[in-house]
Design a protein around this ligand. Structure first.
Ligand code: ACO
Length: 376
């Protein structure tokens, strides 16, 4: 039987359900979380306020924010078994594979895994958000043969991550730039990884399984993995003067340029605009040509292909200038997006129906089984 309501390939522009979290206006190039424009949040809010907004529905008051910060810092430690697990991984393993495996393993140590009450769900969302950061920083230390640095309760989420990674409290301006990156990446409607999370949650599987599904989806180079591809490209180009020849070659090979194009944004990705200004700010502060190379690529891509940068494009130079190694770009994207994933998972649980679409069967017509000995 053929089903007639076939969706377009890649589910382009198909609305598969409702959500109160994030609105994307792809034509106007606007993005808002629960009604607040992303530029307003990046300019004025902290990541903790944004996380509260996504998870609870409104911006917190002073008392609510204090409580969230306390809950986040109370959850920063990771089980020693997980530190041992991180130590056992080979040094050349993909950081996203390690993150996916570690988050999956974390579920085993969750004290109330089978409590599905709304309060327990929120506790778990905050637990995963907090511990994911500690795991990534711990992994980075272990990978470099250094001691794991315990988290500090007096630091905010962004500063604590940079501190655990390097052993030094970052300058406030640097911490604030990273904080803005966390805000910008926190949610993005039904992108591939969030959809994967919601599909898993819709089977009434647990939050860790849903987040693990999402990490697997984010890893791909057409999604979150593109930011690492962008940095590799910038490093290959080396100086702005090489950008044109580099792109000519890529075009002639009919390859994709990482960090450009978007399924939903038809004009500009507003997150790219914010990241572009952060990249410029860091270039002014640090020197170097990463911003200039990126800017040159953007100009050529717009002129030649009518394609604009997406969130991953300027994120690459920003992360690099923040001193974050390229192999951690996608894990730190995950460390922010987990806020949106868990908010979507909670939304899915609150009004669940199993997500189970259909496929248009184009295979062989019905046929009879032929015994093995009679097959040609
Ligand atoms: N480089 C070169 N050409 C491109 C690019 C690109 N980055 N993106 C799209 N195009 C071209 C395609 O070749 C295609 O051209 P054609 O019609 O002549 O064949 C046209 O633009 C439409 O592309 P689609 O693949 O149909 O667009 P889709 O909506 O499926 O893909 C995607 C969106 C995956 C983001 C795509 O733009 C891409 O591959 N970009 C590079 C990877 C990337 O940056 N991913 C991160 C996205 S943001 C995020 O997930 C966090």
């Amino acid at each position: 039987m053929r089903i007639n309501n076939t969706a377009p390939k890649g589910l382009e522009d198909v609305i598969i359900g409702s959500s109160s979290l994030t609105l994307i206006d792809g034509r106007a190039g606007r993005l808002s979380y629960r009604g607040y424009d992303i530029s307003d949040l990046a300019e004025n809010a902290t990541f903790e306020e944004t996380a509260y907004l996504l998870l609870y529905g409104n911006l917190p008051n002073v008392q609510e924010l204090r409580q969230l910060k306390k809950n986040l810092s109370d959850e920063r430690e990771i089980p020693t078994q997980l530190v041992e697990l991180l130590k056992g991984f080979p040094n050349d393993a993909s950081a996203m594979d390690i993150l996916r495996t570690s988050i999956s393993a974390l579920s085993i140590y969750d004290p109330d895994l089978h409590d599905y009450s709304p309060d327990a769900m929120l506790r778990r969302a905050i637990r995963i958000l907090s511990k994911m950061t500690t795991m990534i920083a711990g992994y980075e230390r272990i990978r470099n043969g250094a001691e794991v640095i315990p988290p500090r309760a007096d630091l905010d989420h962004a500063s604590n991550f940079l501190y655990m990674m390097r052993g030094q409290v970052p300058e406030p301006v640097v911490a604030r730039i990273y904080d803005k990156c966390l805000i910008i990446h926190a949610d993005h409607e039904l992108n591939a990884s969030t959809f994967a999370a919601r599909v898993t949650a819709s089977t009434l599987s647990d939050v860790y399984s849903a987040v693990t599904s999402a990490i697997g989806a984010l890893k791909g180079p057409l999604h979150g993995g593109a930011n690492e591809g962008v940095m590799e490209m910038l490093e290959e180009i080396k100086v702005p003067e090489n950008a044109e020849a580099y792109l000519k070659k890529v075009f002639s090979e009919k390859k994709r340029v990482m960090g450009f194009g978007h399924r939903v944004y038809k004009t500009i990705d507003p997150r790219a605009t914010i990241l572009k200004s952060l990249s410029k700010e860091l270039a002014t502060k640090n020197g170097g040509e990463w911003f200039e190379i990126s800017y040159k690529l953007e100009e050529i891509m717009r002129a030649e292909k009518n394609l604009s940068p997406n969130v991953d494009f300027y994120a690459a130079s920003v992360y690099h200038m923040l001193g974050i190694p390229t192999y951690l770009f996608t894990p730190i994207f995950a460390a922010s997006r987990v806020t949106g994933w868990t908010a979507h998972i909670l939304e899915q649980y609150s009004d669940n129906r199993l997500i189970r679409p259909r496929a248009d069967y184009l295979g062989h017509p019905p046929r009879k089984y032929i015994p093995l000995t009679q097959r040609k």
